[in-house]
Each structure stands twice: as C-alpha cells, then as structure tokens.
Design a protein. Structure first.
Length: 414
C-alpha cells in the first residue's frame, strides 16, 4: 500500500489541548456552542462553524463552509496552528480502559481507495458526503483523519519503538479519559522505513470515517479533471493506520419507537417463529448468537432457532444481520434502518442502562442489546466485499480532530 508523509498543519505545542476536539459528527450544534463559547482556540470553529451562525442557517449552506475557511486561515495567521517545515509521518498512541492502540498518521491514495484496496464495510449517505466534500474543497484541507486498520506483519513494532524513544509533540488526557500521545517521524531514514514497510501490506480496512474517505474521493475526481493528473496533495487523504490486533469493536444497539401496531403479546408471539424467547435477568448478551430485548420493564434473551442456515455465511450470521433480517424488517417493518425514523442507534460505551432509560422514559417502545462484532468477522466480511447493516461497529477510542490537518492546496497558500 502507498503511504506518504506530508507537511501537516497542527496546533502550537502549548495549545494542543485547547485546539483538539472529538469528531465533527458525534456532537450536535448545542453542544458545540457550549464547548466553544469560552475557547476561541477550539477546532470546532473549523469543523463545526455552523454553530457560530444563526439556528435557522442550514448546516450545508455556503456560508457555513466559508466561515470554516475564514476561521482556518485566522488560526494560521494568529499562530494557533502552525505548518510543519518538512514532510513527516506522525505516531499516535491512545490508552483507554486498560489497552493501547498505536497507529501512524499518513496520506493514503484515493486511487487505491477507488480500486478497492482500501476496503469499506458500510454504505454512505449522500448528504453527509456532500457536506464533507464541500468542507474539504472550501477549506482546502482534510481536517479529520480516516480511521484505518491493517493486518500486521513483522517489523512494525520496531519502527514504532524507534520513533517513541523521542520526546512527544503532545501528551494529554481527553474528556473521555483517553490518554493521547503524538510523536513526529521526520528523519529521512525513518520516513523511508515507514514507506517501505507498508509497500508489503496488501490492503487497508476502514474502521471509521467512511464519509470522510468517500468525500476525499469526490474531491479527487472533481479536481483531477481541472487541476491535472500529477500527484498533487488532493490525490491522497489523511488517515491514521492501526494494526488490527490492537483494536476493539464495541456493540451498537437499537432502540425502536413502536411495535408496528402489534401488542406486546403479538410481538413476542411473532418473535417465537424464529427465536427461542426466554426471560432473563441480564440484558447484555455474553456471547455471539444471543440478542437482548427490553420491553415494558421485562428483559428477554433471544436465540435463533435455525442456526444451520448461517454456516459458511459470516455476514448473515452476524447478530446485527439476524436482528435486521428476522425481526426489524419482517416483524417491525423497518426495511431500511439507514433512513427509517422509527429506529435509533446507541453505540460505544453507552450500554444496557441507556437502553433501559430510553424505554422506561417513553422515548422508545423496545430496545435490542447486541454482542459486538469480532475483529476476525469484520475483516473476513470486508474481504469478501460484503456491506454490513448500518451501525454494526463502534470503534473506541475515537480519533481527535485538530491534532493533525492535511492541507491539499498549494503550500504557498500557508
């Protein structure tokens, strides 16, 4: 695989904690306003500039993207953000909940993504693609990385150890108790080692950031026609690449607004066609092949009756697939969970307590608690070119926006 160093834009060292923020799409406008009102250095001024405008302003309006560009160049002119003097790679270590994942910031190829060498497991939504495409083109930079993974070969740990001997650029613990440490690798010998190492890696896998990757591809397709086909910065997009054996997938649960006009008894009876339905004390499934259900202050565990139909088909054997194909679509009439207003998703560190809260408070009629997809199944399904049901995987910890930005316009503009 092709990886390239680049001249990053990043916070001045003493401002890294003030600048960095969670991904743009995990917060709403109200939360952004709260987090930025006393922090003029927050990177939300660039990734979520809609929060600075009136409530009625469409978040996809030209004014939003122009405000983001204005703030980006202001951060540069004021020295909040600085430009690296030499193309470099960056190593990011994240420690959380007793484990560590360490990856490399790099520019990766739009062409390899188009060819399917950077593999996806989710479909994207056009409105979200449009948003980040316009943001990238207007600001002239990738402001947030795509979260990639790869199957590690020998030599990677040795490269990291050599880089991590040095003093880090940044070290801080974020609001989610994730300890983040960032090092720079700018020496010619180290840069060559990293490029050479990844040449032997056959594929990357998108863990998170499908819309960012698709948006970068859109920019490449638009600009290569007008700006030529030489290897300019926009032929690549920014990613952090982690070995798969260090990652952990958390479950993604479902809450349902109504029972599709069924009574409680009718709904449970319909489930019994394909599932053994058993009352339980625990909502959270302890293993693959079990699905927790919370309904009107009662907890159930669902077990599929006919497991033989799943043999050899990893996609259909996923609990999220079983739930979608045997409950959500045929019983509840939720054929497309990507667009249905009758389903919401609860992921990551929010577990059974959040599901129970939503049902008990009346914002949902029922909730399904799922066991997480394994890394092995995720890679196997992605390798076969299959697309998982939406919201099948939640990778944690998330990558921060604002630590490293990838400029895709001419360097003389900075």
């Amino acid at each position: 695989m092709i990886v390239k160093p680049f001249r990053a834009i990043r916070p001045k060292t003493n401002l890294a904690e003030a600048v960095n923020v969670p991904p743009y799409d995990v917060v709403d406008r109200k939360e952004v306003r709260e987090r930025t009102k006393n922090n003029p250095a927050s990177f939300f001024h660039i990734t979520r500039s809609d929060a600075e405008l009136e409530n009625l302003t469409d978040e996809h309006s030209e004014a939003v993207y122009e405000k983001a560009k204005e703030n980006f160049y202001r951060f540069l002119s004021e020295g909040t953000l600085i430009r690296e003097k030499k193309p470099s790679f960056y190593v990011l270590s994240q420690k959380w909940m007793g484990r560590t994942q360490t990856g490399i910031f790099a520019a990766v190829s739009c062409e390899e993504y188009e060819k399917g060498l950077i593999k996806k497991h989710e479909l994207t939504r056009k409105e979200k693609e449009f948003d980040r495409t316009m943001h990238i083109m207007t600001v002239g930079a990738d402001t947030g990385p795509v979260f990639l993974s790869f199957e590690k070969k020998g030599g990677f740990s040795q490269i990291l150890k050599e880089i991590q001997k040095k003093e880090p650029l940044y070290h801080f613990t974020d609001e989610n108790s994730v300890e983040n440490t960032l090092w720079i690798a700018k020496e010619d010998a180290l840069v060559q080692k990293i490029e050479s190492y990844f040449q032997s890696i056959p594929a990357f896998y998108i863990a998170d950031g499908h819309h960012r990757a698709a948006s970068a591809l859109n920019v490449w397709k638009k600009w290569k026609e007008s700006k030529g086909n030489e290897h300019n910065a926009f032929h690549y997009f920014m990613a952090v690449i982690f070995p798969s054996d260090e990652l952990s997938i958390l479950p993604y649960h479902r809450v349902i607004a109504d029972l599709n006009k069924l009574s409680r008894e009718e709904f449970l009876s319909a489930l019994q066609k394909d599932f053994f339905v058993k009352e339980s004390r625990n909502l959270e499934p302890k293993a693959k092949g079990k699905i927790g259900l919370y309904l009107e202050h009662s907890v159930y565990q669902l077990s599929p009756k006919n497991k033989s139909s799943f043999h050899g088909n990893k996609l259909d054997s996923l609990d999220v697939s079983i739930l979608q194909n045997r409950v959500l679509a045929p019983v509840l009439g939720i054929d497309d969970p990507r667009t249905s207003q009758r389903i919401r998703f609860v992921g990551g560190i929010k577990g059974p307590k959040e599901l129970i809260r939503q049902v008990d408070e009346g914002s949902a009629k029922a909730a399904f608690c799922l066991h997480p997809v394994s890394i092995k199944d995720w890679i196997a399904i992605t390798n076969q070119g299959s697309i998982m049901p939406p919201k099948s995987t939640w990778f944690e910890p998330k990558l921060r926006d604002g630590l490293i930005t990838y400029p895709i316009v001419n360097a003389s503009d900075f």
